[in-house]
Design a protein around this ligand. Structure first.
Ligand code: DX5
Ligand code: ZN
Length: 344
């Protein structure tokens, strides 16, 4: 059996769903206040709607505004570019500090170079589909995608009503376009998401709920709304997709193997090359004063990627542990032998 993480090292267990606050319907005269407020009230990210008056019949703000807002908050920035020529401006958006950039698949310029530029900068790259665009339009770009964003309103304005049929037709299926991502691929739903629709989209497996107008209603308790929407989405996921089992909290990490430092570093490199993030912590099973080179280290992976990590790397972890216990260092200073996940 896989050893579970001792209590305490777990992050506070927020659930699975995350809320990205769209500032489109905030007070545009005071966006700095809006992003700080969204962070303070518990939004997980800021969703930035960039419009050029051409791809959509509305104008908002550009990279300079995003750059100015970047210093006001520490939560991630997701840029949603509703513009006809993102290729021309992509470096500016990356330089502005966007953590992810999502462009539209309907644009008439080449898409691949822009997605590649986003990834080359180490940011997450996304493609968005308008309500009438089929998901199959994403097919040619599949290996370059970290994010698939599904619009459930016609892009351009906040406060429109949610298109249930579009959500049902696309959200679950959108996951197929991220099958190359062992960990970290995200489905975003954008448009008309609020307390009425959160449970439905959660039940369709959405990772990120973009919420605009519902957060900025006069007199609304934003913090409560964010918590409510996340909880409803997790409820939908639990009963819609997960057979009544509560979802694995998105940020929870579990110990996957325990090895001495050289083996731990080697295994970390191999697992990360496959796209699964790994943390190394000093194992609590060895005494605190033990030398770092001799003590054992826990390799932690996201709980949501534990199964795939075990399938892909369980055998490798066991062979590294075995090599350690056969080598001279094993048992030094009275250390217990290294351990690794047992065969499943
Ligand atoms: C619409 C934008 C959305 C919008 C969502 O074109 O992409 O991000 O702000 O607003 P609500 O939640 O009001 O539909
Ligand atoms: Zn948007």
């Amino acid at each position: 059996m896989m050893r579970r993480e001792p209590p305490g090292r777990d992050q506070p267990s927020l659930g699975r769903a995350r809320v990205a606050a769209s500032i489109l319907d905030a007070d545009l005269g005071n966006l700095a206040h809006a992003v700080k407020r969204a962070e303070r009230e518990g939004a997980d990210r800021i969703h930035l709607d960039v419009m050029d008056g051409h791809f959509v019949p509305n104008l908002t703000f550009g990279a300079k505004t995003i750059k100015a807002l970047r210093r006001r908050t520490r939560i991630p920035f997701d840029a949603h570019l509703m513009i006809a020529n993102p290729g021309r401006y992509i470096e500016e958006f990356l330089e502005a500090g966007c953590d992810s950039v999502t462009i539209h698949v309907e644009i008439e310029e080449p898409i691949e170079p822009t997605l590649q530029a986003i990834r080359a900068a180490g940011r997450a790259a996304g493609l968005c589909v308008k309500p009438k665009t089929p998901l199959t339009a994403l097919e040619p770009y599949r290996p370059l995608l970290d994010i698939v964003m599904v619009m459930t309103v016609e892009p351009g304005f906040g406060g429109q009503s949610f298109m249930t049929d579009v959500a049902r037709a696309k959200l679950l299926q959108a996951r197929d376009y991220l099958s190359h991502k062992l960990h970290g691929g995200e489905i975003h739903v954008d448009g008309g998401v609020n307390r009425e629709t959160a449970e439905l989209v959660g039940g369709l497996g959405v990772d990120i709920l973009v919420v605009g107008s519902a957060l900025w209603l006069k007199g609304r308790d934003m913090a409560r709304e964010v918590r409510l929407i996340r909880a409803l989405a997790d409820e939908g996921y639990q009963y819609g997709l997960n057979k009544g089992v509560p979802p694995i909290p998105r940020d929870r990490m579990v110990t996957f193997a325990t090895l001495r430092r050289p083996g731990a570093r080697r295994l970390r490199e191999e697992v990360e090359a496959a796209g699964i993030p790994v943390l190394l912590f000093r194992s609590r099973e060895d005494p605190a004063e033990m030398d770092d080179e001799i003590r054992r280290w826990d390799l932690l992976v996201p709980a949501s990627a534990e199964k795939v990590a075990r399938e892909r790397f369980g055998r490798r972890a066991r062979s590294l542990a075995k090599a350690e216990s056969e080598s001279g260092i094993a048992g030094a200073a009275g250390a217990a032998p290294a351990s690794a996940p047992s065969a499943s």
